[in-house]
Write a protein that binds this ligand. Structure first.
Ligand code: HEM
Length: 433
């Protein structure tokens, strides 16, 4: 009978990251459905309450929740530190999810008092995450590249949330100096370059070599990334706030950080011992291929070679939809099967027949999902740049197909969680050796 119980010992909590990752996947599906729904608005100016609602379904519901879930999985592995408080992380999830729902709902109906309440809740959830992740990495003996970038990212996240809360309050009390668009662009770039970019650069440097069985990258590209971000991001944000030409040199500093990251990805890909790429890695590398395109567009906008709200929206689509979203989908196709396998089968290894990790994946559907999502992002970028509602609707169809395919892949993986019970039964009924 005792053989039917899982092995004792401190286990990584799989349900903690999973709840963030699954809520993020739900937001991704809702955001994809929102594209055809809001095709008319997306064909016009991006500054529209319903577009703001869609933006935050993507940036907070999908991207931020996914990064937080992944960090609760990766901090113990990559930085070799336990999570400071799993209980706080569970409460923070509830507060943040309630805040995001409140923010998105009130943005959609353009109710600014409700928006401020939602933003305050979301801000409290973000604050709890910063506290928890910050205390988890406190006292690190060896400050690796990844650890430094995680701290930079947490700082960027905190400032983004405070700035966002101020933008919401400013809709009622009108106290912020500067122009409305200057503030809006500064908030977006603080989030994109101060929160999302350092996380991706930091995590990729450590995790891509693990997945590709490659040498860990080192040398000057690391310094370029770190200093490009430390000097470039605050200057880009200040330049946008003041609507000053400072955005041009600082934009090049951030572009240098991006170049350092791409050099490292090239080095990792060349030194890999795993020649075949699974769909998770294809997604992540395709996401990386969108990054130089988005960066070139960002520089074009800073230099006034490109201008106007349509190209501004296409730029956000390439950055958030192409680079960030495809990277996150790829990472989740690696992380979620691992978490589920670990929880469902880890305790039974050696005591009952268990599937391999690769057997949890569904490559055919992952390939179809890849086709839909990549095509959807490209068509959406073209459709928003042209301000064409028909193209945007078509892109929405592709993205919805891809997001549902992604959801179905994850749902199939989750079905394995039910296996623990049947394995317990099988071990109980097996004749004693
Ligand atoms: C708790 C965190 C956040 C809060 C409270 C917040 C709040 C806001 C508010 C109130 C606005 C509207 C400003 C106005 O109408 O003048 C706004 C705009 C915007 N935010 Fe956030 N935000 C947060 C996080 C983020 C993140 C993480 C991102 C990106 C990764 C982001 C991207 C944007 C963008 C792109 C816009 C402009 C959208 C448009 O004009 O359609 N926000 N935010």
């Amino acid at each position: 009978m005792t053989g039917a119980r899982p092995l004792p010992g401190r286990r990584l909590s799989a349900t903690l990251p999973l709840r963030y990752l699954l809520a993020a996947a739900l937001a991704f599906v809702l955001a994809a459905l929102g594209v055809p729904w809001l095709a008319g608005e997306l064909a016009g100016h991006y500054y529209h309450p319903r577009v703001l609602a869609l933006t935050h379904t993507v940036t907070l519901g999908w991207i931020t929740l996914a990064i937080m879930g992944a960090s609760y999985q990766l901090i113990p592995i990559v930085l070799e530190r336990p999570i400071w408080s799993e209980r706080l992380a569970r409460w923070q999830f509830v507060i943040l999810a309630a805040g995001v729902v409140g923010m998105v709902g009130h943005l959609y109906i353009a109710q600014w008092h409700g928006l401020v309440w939602g933003a305050a809740l979301a801000g409290a959830g973000v604050g709890a995450h910063i506290l928890n992740a910050g205390l988890s990495v406190r006292g690190l003996k060896h400050w690796t590249f990844t650890a430094r970038l995680v701290v930079l990212a947490l700082t960027g996240l905190g400032l983004t949330a405070l700035f966002g809360l101020a933008l919401g309050a400013d809709k009622i009390w009108r106290f912020l100096p500067g122009t409305m668009f200057g503030n809006l662009h500064a908030h977006f770039h603080l989030a994109l370059l101060g929160w999302v970019l350092p996380v991706v650069l930091g995590v990729a440097a450590r995790v891509y070599p693990m997945f590709l069985l490659a040498r860990e990258p080192a040398g000057w590209p690391g310094h370029l990334q770190l200093w490009g971000l430390v000097l470039g991001v605050p200057a880009v944000v200040l330049g946008l706030l003041a609507e000053s030409p400072l955005v041009i040199p600082s934009g090049f500093l951030v572009a240098a950080a991006v170049a350092g990251h791409l050099v490292w990805i090239g080095a990792i890909a060349r030194s890999r011992k795993r020649p075949a790429l699974d769909w998770g890695l294809r997604f992540a590398l395709t996401g990386a291929a969108f990054l130089p395109v988005a960066t070139a567009m960002g520089l074009g906008l800073a230099l006034d070679l490109l201008s106007g709200p349509r190209l501004g929206l296409a730029y956000a689509v390439l950055a958030l939809g192409g680079w960030v979203s495809l990277t996150i989908v790829g990472m989740m196709l690696k992380i979620v099967p691992f978490l589920v396998w670990y929880r469902a089968y880890g305790p039974w290894v050696g005591r009952a027949p268990v599937p391999t990790l690769a057997e949890l994946s569904w490559p055919t559907l992952e390939g179809v999902t890849y086709g839909f999502l990549v095509a959807g992002v490209v068509v959406l970028a073209v459709g928003t740049a042209a301000g064409d509602a028909g193209w945007i609707r078509a892109a929405g169809g592709l993205l919805t197909g891809g997001a549902l395919g992604f959801g179905a892949t994850l749902a199939r993986v989750l079905c394995h969680l039910r296996a623990t019970r049947s394995l317990a039964g099988a071990v109980r009924e097996a004749p004693a050796p």
